[in-house]
Design a protein around this ligand. Sequence first.
Ligand code: ATP
Ligand code: MG
Length: 461
Amino acid sequence: MKLATKLLITIFLSTVFVIIITNLSFYHISKSFYKHQLQEGVENRLEAHTKVLALHSDVTTFDHVMMMEAGQEENSFVIFDQSLEVIQSSRPLTNEVIATYQDWIILHADQSKHTEFVETMEEHIPHAWSFTSFSSEEGVSGYLFLDQDTGSFEATRNNLLLLTFVIGFFTVCLAVMLSIYLSKRLSAPVKKAQLLTRKIALGDFEVDVPSSTSKDEVSELLTDISLMAKNLKEYRDERQRLFTNISHDLRTPLTYIKGYSSLLKDHQLEPTVVEEQSNVIYQEASRMEHLVNDLFQLMKYEEGEYQLEKERTNMYDFFAQLQAKIKLDLKAKQLHFNMHADSVDINVSIDQVQFERAIMNVLSNSIRHTDPGGQIEVTIFKEKKVCIIQISDDGSGIPKKDLHRIWERFYRVDASRSTKLGGSGLGLAITKEIIHLHKGEISVSSKIGEGATFLIKIPAE
Ligand SMILES: Nc1ncnc2c1ncn2[C@@H]1O[C@H](COP(=O)(O)OP(=O)(O)OP(=O)(O)O)[C@@H](O)[C@H]1O
Ligand SMILES: [Mg+2]
């Protein structure tokens, strides 16, 4: 069953239930109130006559009392004496009726007064029967009897019942309309959410969620769905980009390897040419190996479960060792390397192999992008509990528009030039992951033609 139908049925049934209960209670309360009022009215009237008769019970007083009651056409007012003989009655009554009244009074004669709603009349409209015994100072006693017609009460009761039904009917109609409106309002966004998720499941991430001012759960669900679609789209695009880059970067060295190896295979070549071409094959194979290793490593970092093997390391010693390792590269490009440390006593807890890899990526970039005779400078200092490593060069620099993208996988500022220089664009992505694994940060500032400065901050002891 659909949500809207369920909602409709629930609202409808509960409204009908509430209406029935309310109307029934209203009807019964009004009925008993009206009955009570009627009984009280009848009894008060008889009581008043009794008081008058207690003082004088002569014919004139009887006439007077009779005159007061005679105006009510539908009522029968009878004055009985002690032996239940009719003294006077407000209208002519048959013996049969008088006998019924007498029997009823005898039945309740142990009480001085009694009122009851009796259904004996032909019209089937209950009458209120009431009697009060009276006795006067002059020694006359008897009963005042009133047979009060409740026709007006019954009419009111029926009107009340009708009114209750009419109110109930309109309330049910209103409830149905309201529940249809509400269920439509509620189910529309849910339906929208269903359509969106179906679209996403079919691979279409271009979902359009209408902006809504309401902050209810369904609107939040729609916003979350659009966010999910956006993330999925980014993930898919990123994956596509990655595959394109990988295949592109693998295809180039493979083409070289295939071309040169086929030359070697099919032709009788001079030993110098063989050496030259084998060299190219070796270099391209190494590039491929380097790329695959980098990719594999990056994937491991990004899985988020990479376990660092940290040990306390003195930063000055660490960089002195690195300097020794890049000595030949620096010499080959006639680059000047300077290292300053505020103190030789800055210690950090790092995974030496991984951290070296991160720093080497930055240093090799600087070497690669700085012209011969240029300068590379490393400064190490400590601020509060943070070790700051600054690596700057006076090389070609990075254009402002590319600064935030150099951390992306396969991103190279000048792709053709970088590839020629041997880069695949994975170095800084790896560096960033390693620094983050060490709970550190890395940032860059650069001006084109003036060099680049990388700033690494990691927690120190
Ligand atoms: N010191 C620098 N001076 C100028 N450009 C730089 C510098 N460092 C990085 N870049 C630019 O940032 C890009 C990305 O660097 P990254 O180290 O990620 O890749 P790569 O060096 O091209 O390849 P890989 O490091 O994988 O061999 C480089 O291609 C280069 O254009
Ligand atoms: Mg690099």
